[in-house]
Design a protein around this ligand. Sequence first.
Ligand code: FAD
Length: 476
Amino acid sequence: MLVLLHKNAGAAVGNQVRNIAKRLLTTTAAGSTTTTTTKTAPATEHYDIIIGGGGLVGTTLAAALAKNTTLADKKVLLLEGAPPFKGFNSSGPYQNRVSAINRNSVELFKSIDAWAHIEAARYKPVKQMQVWESNSNALIQFQHDNFASDVACIIENDLILDAVYARVRDSADNVKVLNKARIECVSLPGATGAPHSHVQLQDGRSFTCELLIGADGANSVVRKQMGVDVFSFNYERMGLVATLDLNMEEDSDNSVAWQRFLPTGPVALLPLTSKQSSLVWSTTVPHAKQLLAMESAQFVDALNEAFCREYPRIDVADKALQALNSFFGNSGSQHQRQYPPRVCGVQDGSRATFPLGFLHASSYVCNGAALVGDAAHRVHPLAGQGVNLGFSDVRILVETLATGAYAGFKLGDTQHLIKYERKCLAKNVPIMVGVHGLHTLYSTEFSPVVLLRSLGLQLTQNLPPIKNIFMKSAMG
Ligand SMILES: Cc1cc2nc3c(=O)[nH]c(=O)nc-3n(C[C@H](O)[C@H](O)[C@H](O)COP(=O)(O)OP(=O)(O)OC[C@H]3O[C@@H](n4cnc5c(N)ncnc54)[C@H](O)[C@@H]3O)c2cc1C
């Protein structure tokens, strides 16, 4: 139902899900994907594994491969198009790019000895999350019983990169990093008949490998050369980020993440310290441009208004919620409702915008290549899932390669890589459909939809077993 609501995009997501389901059931191991040829050049160096793209996911993958005992003898090359990473200063101002990191991703960092680095610097545990409507009184709060464990952690992206790069540097014997190494073209064994995958950089250098992993983001060059079908569209929304100063009570902990669904998209505050939070405000492109251009004081007013402004109410939804709450013995959702802190300032230069889109590759592997992270899938940030799905790919790929290597499979053998794809699709597709469905559901003020989504949200709030299922899949 969620999918059908989004006109053409919804139908296309539905088709892709059906194709993927068919593929999960019927794919036989070999030759299930096609490859295309590009120009080849004499190889200069050979590696077991080349990772194209040293963002959060590619660099974490390099660290995880080096840490795995079965794969520790493999020679890995990490190719990153950007200049060398400058490092992270944990006593400097907070950065505007942060991620809500779930428990599974924290476990991955622990398993590769990167967590201690993050812990020693700074991160903010989230104890509770409150999500609410603008067209009715519906709201939902997520927290573990008695706040026993955190719902998520807010970590700056550069700190994650710093932590995983430190692990990669520790493994310099078997992981080599090349910066300013932009991949220009790729050729794969299925198309060339060559025994290895071949990578050519813009500066003319070239390499061969047993397995090429595309971690080069949503415009992946590796994915394009794999010849897989891609379903993608633009939400025609921008995600505006900023670092905010809050007007907090002295003894307040600021450990709640707040998200309000507005008719133009969700606005979220993610806690950083007792007096600062990070903003992710998804809105229309013209509105994002206006917000970016405003004076600081005007921007802060617009933001406070977004959190407290009264939007046109759907009466029938409020009445239905009242009835639902009295059925569950609540005098109304208002008694649990909390209000977000007032924003009193925005850090100079911290406002930036990012385009938001959806992308899914129908296949993540082919002979000699595999995809991870945004190269394979990209989601709306409203549920904080994007990079967590990428870290989940990393965990599954490293496990699959290790079992394959132990069983005598070649690293680039599709017969074995397909197991990675199956596991990832089973995990990623339901989350991606759910996130897209939420975006679709909350993009309308059409009364019957507001009624349905308000009842759905409030029912979930009132039924802990259902709420726990959502929490488990979103929070790892
Ligand atoms: C506003 C916003 C908020 C978000 N919040 C969250 C959140 O709270 N939680 C969450 O889980 N996710 C979140 N996400 C999603 C998350 O940021 C992405 O999923 C994540 O950054 C993807 O990482 P990646 O390493 O796969 O790709 P990228 O970050 O795109 O990295 C790709 C890397 O490859 C390099 N590269 C590209 N092309 C080439 C080439 N040809 N040759 C060599 N190198 C190349 C690039 O330089 C880059 O370093 C958010 C996204 C946005 C926009």
